[in-house]
Design a protein around this ligand. Structure first.
Ligand code: ATP
Ligand code: SKM
Ligand code: MG
Length: 224
């Protein structure tokens, strides 16, 4: 199965819903923000502060590109992923794009806790609610069209629990025959069958360029 990419404004629930969706589908989960932090050994705040937003966007594309090498994975992206058009093209080419659409009031409510605000460099320096509101209006004006342009499916998140959103996404995937039990079994069977690390390989023992008829076993372990 192709990947499922979640896009949308910050605090629309991409991370929260993505984790739950992956759990419900029993497939892997990747969060591009988390992977950027792991790969570059710094928090997103520190990357913005030390290297600037442009460098952060370069890291973000690099991490997104890595997801084109895997499949059957739910990938939650950062709110600004579509500031670069090529990112949208990668997601379209390698997966289905689900847009979690949030209204400004719901977004304000979610961001107005210290923990949520302080980890997002784009809004963390807003000095009061009015400034945060103005910033979000600006971001919606700039970004809404880009989310809409790349979305294969849109879910409005207002007043819905994470589980209700997940159920809506799964219904969309099922209705469009994007996932089926068969897909999962095939993909799982394929990974087991082709996994070079788990396979026991037999090879004829060669002596002086000639096969002795004896067989030798090579076991590749996961942690080698
Ligand atoms: N459907 C929901 N109902 C209520 N709260 C939610 C819902 N979805 C997410 N939240 C909460 O909103 C906050 C932001 O969610 P989350 O971190 O998943 O957003 P995000 O889209 O990943 O943001 P970012 O783009 O900054 O990574 C979290 O506290 C989360 O628990
Ligand atoms: O909306 C944005 O531009 C951002 C959202 C977050 O997911 C992070 O990727 C970062 O804080 C930037
Ligand atoms: Mg997130």
């Amino acid at each position: 199965m192709r990947n499922i990419y979640l896009i949308g404004h910050m605090a629309s629930g991409k991370t929260k819903v993505g984790q739950l969706l992956a759990e419900m589908l029993n497939i892997n989960f990747v969060d591009t923000d988390t992977n950027i932090e792991r790969l570059f050994g710094k928090s997103i705040n520190a990357i913005f502060k030390d290297e600037g937003e442009t460098q952060f966007r370069i890291f973000e594309t690099a991490v997104l590109q890595q997801t084109t090498l895997i499949d059957s994975t739910v990938i939650s992206t950062g709110g600004g992923i579509l500031t670069r058009m090529r990112n949208g093209l990668y997601m379209k080419d390698f997966g289905f794009v689900i847009y979690l659409k949030i209204d400004i009031n719901t977004q304000m409510t979610r961001l107005l806790t210290d923990e949520e605000l302080s980890k997002r460099p784009i809004v963390k320096n807003c000095k009061d609610e009015a400034e945060l509101h103005a910033k979000l209006v600006d971001l919606h004006e700039k970004r809404n069209l880009t989310y809409e342009y790349f979305a294969d499916y849109t879910v409005a998140v207002k007043n819905k629990s994470p589980m209700a959103i997940v159920e809506e996404i799964i219904a969309f995937l099922n209705n469009n025959k994007i996932i089926s039990q068969r897909d999962f079994l095939d993909s799982f069977a394929g990974r087991v069958q082709h996994n070079p690390y788990k396979r026991i390989r037999r090879a004829k023992v060669e002596k002086d360029g000639e096969s002795s008829g004896e067989e030798k076993e090579y076991q590749f372990l996961d942690n080698e």
